[in-house]
Ligand binder design. Structure first.
Ligand SMILES: O=C(O)CNC(=O)[C@H](CS)NC(=O)CCC(=O)C(=O)O
Length: 280
């Protein structure tokens, strides 16, 4: 058994402020005895427009936020899983990136979000992530960590079971979905989707999320969650309409039991009928 932590925060356009919040979460995770801390998508900043998002972006070498995180990880010997932005390959574009920073403070894994959130919901959010973000083109092969084999995806990727099934097939014990869900879609779909991915892949799901008001235009749902391979919610933070100051920054922990992963997979074998439908 090994303890993991999820950290929830309200990132703004100030990277210095966001780094302060994350430092508090690192300290809390260490105090709680966690062996890894999982942070939300876009922890470095949440901007109020595509233009501002592009204007704020820094390479990881130049980002005070990422350099600060690497220093924290090394000082506390605590691996960090964190969503940030990076400059894109074409001008005027950025990447929505996930980093694994190991206990030596080194960036050892990187994933670029492959599904972009372009939605136009009547009386709801209108967001065109592709205005500023370049989609990734690869799945990051699941990687070994002190808490298990981690398969990473980001936020809207959660809605596409194919990526979760691919990560599971490549050996993941834990799926992660660092997120910044909107309030209406979160209320309708967040928990159901997370638990469905956990149940159908028979894996832990760790989903750290942004919460509350980032700026005049943007509010996030919160409800960061850890789900076990049987679909039980082991830990959940607050959010939604009733978000309070206690919800940000906030930390929760749970125990990862890899024997439970093996047990669930043994007891309920999911033998696919790939003679009937294509393997994904
Ligand atoms: O803009 C940034 O910097 C950070 N990125 C995000 O907030 C992204 C793209 S706008 N949000 C989502 O994918 C929400 C998905 C969602 O809410 C759903 O699937 O219902």
């Amino acid at each position: 058994m090994v303890r993991v932590a999820i950290g929830q925060l309200t990132s703004t356009a100030s990277m210095a402020h966001n780094l302060q919040q994350v430092k508090f979460l690192v300290m809390s995770a260490v105090q709680a005895g966690a062996r890894a801390l999982f942070l939300p998508e876009a922890s470095d900043y949440v901007a109020s427009s595509a233009e501002e998002s592009v204007r704020l972006v820094k390479s990881v070498r130049e980002s005070e936020f990422v350099k600060g995180l690497c220093a924290e990880a090394r000082r506390e010997a605590l691996p960090l899983h964190v969503g940030i932005h990076e400059p894109g390959d074409s001008p005027g574009k950025i990447k929505n990136t996930l980093l694994w920073i190991n206990e030596d403070g080194q960036i050892t894994q990187r994933y670029q979000k492959i599904h972009l959130f372009d939605v136009d919901i009547k009386d709801g959010p209108v967001l065109k992530e592709s205005n500023s973000v370049e989609p990734g083109t690869k799945i990051l092969p699941p990687f070994d960590t002190a808490v298990g084999k981690v398969g990473s995806a980001i936020c809207f990727d959660l809605r596409f079971p194919e990526i979760s099934l691919a990560l599971r097939r490549q050996g993941a014990d834990i799926l992660t979905f660092p997120s910044a869900f909107t309030v209406p879609t979160g209320r309708a779909h967040w928990e159901v989707l997370l638990r469905a991915r956990a149940i159908e892949t028979q894996s832990y799901v760790i989903a750290a999320a942004q919460v509350g008001r980032h700026n005049e235009k943007r509010v996030s749902y919160g409800h960061s969650m850890i789900v076990d391979p049987w679909g039980r919610v082991l830990a959940e933070l607050g959010g939604g309409e009733d978000a309070t100051e206690e919800d940000s920054p906030a930390l929760a922990t749970a125990e990862i039991d890899l024997d439970l992963v093996a047990k669930v997979r043994r007891e309920v074998p999911l033998r696919r009928r790939t003679d009937v439908y294509p393997e994904i």
